[in-house]
Design a protein around this ligand. Structure first.
Ligand code: CUA
Length: 357
């Protein structure tokens, strides 16, 4: 009976592992398929350490097997005390020096890679983006382009992009597994890293530091586009003015409600200048309808948006929007949602990249 339970347990563990691990292979979500410079370096270090550890394991196992087979007590053998090697200087030197050499082989490239990835001396020649982590969303400020957005971070392919990270409230951690390693986002100081993506496409990003009840929903995307598309996107964002939109009657009413009901006091719908580190209270919604997600993980459908405006707390516990605006009727929510879904400044979107990749 016990045997049977043991077998079942093993089967269940391995069975569930198959399901869990098969999720790890999802495109652009794993550090094991690097598509950017930092992730590439991390992968080389992972391979190096894994090879060394595996070799050590194999050698130790072979020695252990030899000792167990060759020197075990056989029938009829006398009971003897084997030769004692305690204090043997040669042996002790060997098993001290070998691990030191192995640790040095792993440490030297790791230290070099760390310093290399941290070096931002050529930052002024490249794209610089201030990224602010907030509970539970990301704000992006493109320093030279003078545009701001949130949720989807647009960058050109094969280009160094410097990310300057700061938090407005608590600790967060910026992590795009396929493109680079994690970097802490602190309220006190700016941490800088650069990312360089090798392939166009949409990459998953996560907050990797427990920051509150909705930490796991603080997702974002990095949308890697061609250089031409990037220029196009920047121009579209710079030139977008929500007052120029041709809205139908419902959306127009929504726009007015958006102002009346105090939405506008936290959310901009045009490109704003947030320079000098002024981060809006809520995400900038300039390209709301172009986004791949909103609130970190929700698809920008009318249904989701209506549900969100009605009760953000049920979808993202602990967010700042809950209770910060007057009660809205179903009709008003519907109109505001209609309006937000008109905010589409550019043809260059995450969706257009997903179709290509
Ligand atoms: Cu921000 Cu976890």
């Amino acid at each position: 009976m016990r045997d049977w339970i043991g077998k079942l347990r093993t089967l269940l563990i391995f069975g569930s592992l198959v399901f869990i691990l098969s999720g790890c292979g999802r495109d652009n979500l794993t550090a094991l398929v690097p598509k950017g410079y930092g992730a590439d370096i991390s992968m080389q270090l992972i391979v190096l350490t894994t090879v060394i550890m595996t070799l050590v394991f194999i050698v130790v196992m072979i020695l252990l097997a030899i000792v167990l087979v060759r020197y075990r007590k056989k029938k009829g053998d006398k009971v003897i005390i084997p030769e004692q090697v305690e204090g043997n200087k040669t042996l002790e030197a060997i098993w001290t020096i070998i691990p030191i050499i192995l640790v040095v082989i792993m440490a030297v490239p790791t230290v070099f890679a760390t310093f290399h990835l941290e070096d931002d001396s050529d930052a002024p020649e490249h794209i610089n983006i201030d990224v602010t982590g907030n509970q539970y969303w990301w704000h992006y400020d493109y320093q030279n382009e003078e545009i701001s957005t949130s949720q989807d971070l647009y960058i050109p392919v094969n280009t160094k992009v410097y990310i300057h990270l700061i938090a407005s409230d608590v600790l967060h951690s910026f992590w795009v597994p396929s493109l680079s390693g994690k970097l802490d986002v602190n309220p006190e100081n700016v941490n800088t890293m650069y990312i360089e993506a090798y392939e166009e496409g949409v990459y998953f990003g996560k907050c990797a530091e427990l920051c509150g009840p909705s930490h796991s929903l603080m997702d974002f995307k990095v949308v890697v586009v061609s250089e031409e598309e990037y220029d196009q996107w920047v121009a579209d964002m710079q030139n977008f003015d929500s007052d120029d939109l041709e809205l139908d009657a419902v959306a127009q009413e929504g726009k007015e409600l958006f102002e009346e009901k105090a939405c506008l006091s936290c959310h901009a719908t045009d490109t704003q200048d947030y320079s000098a580190g002024n981060v809006p209270i809520g995400p900038d919604l300039t390209q709301f309808a172009d986004r791949s997600r909103f609130a970190g993980y929700l698809e920008p459908t009318k249904e989701n948006l209506v549900e969100w405006i009605k009760d953000p707390e049920s979808l993202k516990p602990g967010n700042l929007m809950t209770g910060s605006y007057p009660e809205l009727t179903d009709d008003e929510v519907d109109k505001i949602a209609e309006y937000l879904l008109q905010l589409k400044p550019s043809e260059v979107t995450a969706e257009s990249k997903e179709e290509n990749s």
